[in-house]
Design a protein around this ligand. Structure first.
Ligand code: SF4
Length: 239
């Protein structure tokens, strides 16, 4: 069974070796402070109903994960403001989508959907599902541009949601730093493209060809750059 997520598909298309390392050597990832910060914000929003509780959790969790090491010489500050992110969510966005607090919503809802006669499973997690709406929380500091709003992730979620619920969702990019929501519009061409792309990547991965590296600028942001380039520096070419 092949499990495919939006991230996995993007990894494979950027560099097949990255997806291989994500699957085979997940512990070799060097996770950036931005990624740790984003994970904590998502967990705070998932677990807590108030700004104060989420902020207390966020700051304590950062200290636990980043500063709870007596060998580190200095304390490391979060790369962005937890206050600003949680204010954006609790004081602005949540007020807009659930003003009276009575809306039923699922948070961090995982999905696992058979694709192509159970040969493939489409997997992922929706940050918030409320009625027929999907919300995705983003922790970048700048507002999204039109390319961010057409990220493949939204196309993949659109497809997955329709397969589960039989109708397409309204989707929103939740810009936490600015406390605002941006609607996602997926043109028909892009929906067509998404189905083709999922199939093509599934075909390539099911063929089990040797995963090959695509080195270049993308290595600088790759979580697996250390193990990958160490291998390149030290390992002989396979016979
Ligand atoms: S460091 Fe570069 S070549 Fe290596 S897995 Fe990452 S993206 Fe691919």
């Amino acid at each position: 069974m092949l499990y495919l997520s939006a991230t996995g598909i993007k990894d494979h298309l950027d560099c097949a070796y990255r997806l291989y390392l994500r699957r085979e050597k997940p512990k070799s990832a060097i996770v950036s402070d931005d990624a740790i910060f984003g994970g904590i914000v998502h967990e705070g929003i998932e677990k807590y109903d108030t700004y104060d509780d989420a902020l207390a959790f966020g700051l304590a969790e950062w200290d636990r994960l980043k500063n709870d090491n007596r060998f580190l010489p200095t304390k490391s500050k979060p790369p962005k403001s937890f206050r600003k992110m949680f204010k954006g969510y609790y004081n602005s966005i949540l007020e807009e989508i659930n003003a009276d607090g009575f809306e039923q919503a699922e948070r961090e809802l995982k999905f696992k959907i058979p694709w192509r006669k159970n040969e493939v499973m489409l997997v992922g997690k929706w940050d918030r599902v409320q009625e027929n709406k999907l919300f995705d929380w983003k922790t970048g500091m700048r507002p999204p541009d039109k390319y961010d709003l057409r990220d493949f992730q939204f196309c993949f979620y659109d497809l997955a949601y329709e397969l589960v619920y039989g109708q397409r969702p309204e989707q929103f990019y939740g810009y936490l730093y600015g406390g605002s929501l941006y609607p996602i519009d997926i043109p028909e061409q892009l929906r067509y493209n998404t189905v083709k792309l999922v199939d093509r990547v599934a075909d390539e991965l099911l063929e089990q060809n040797e995963p090959l590296r695509v080195t270049g600028y993308q290595c600088k942001r790759c979580f697996y750059r250390e193990v990958c380039h160490n291998e390149l520096d030290n390992r002989p070419i396979p016979a």
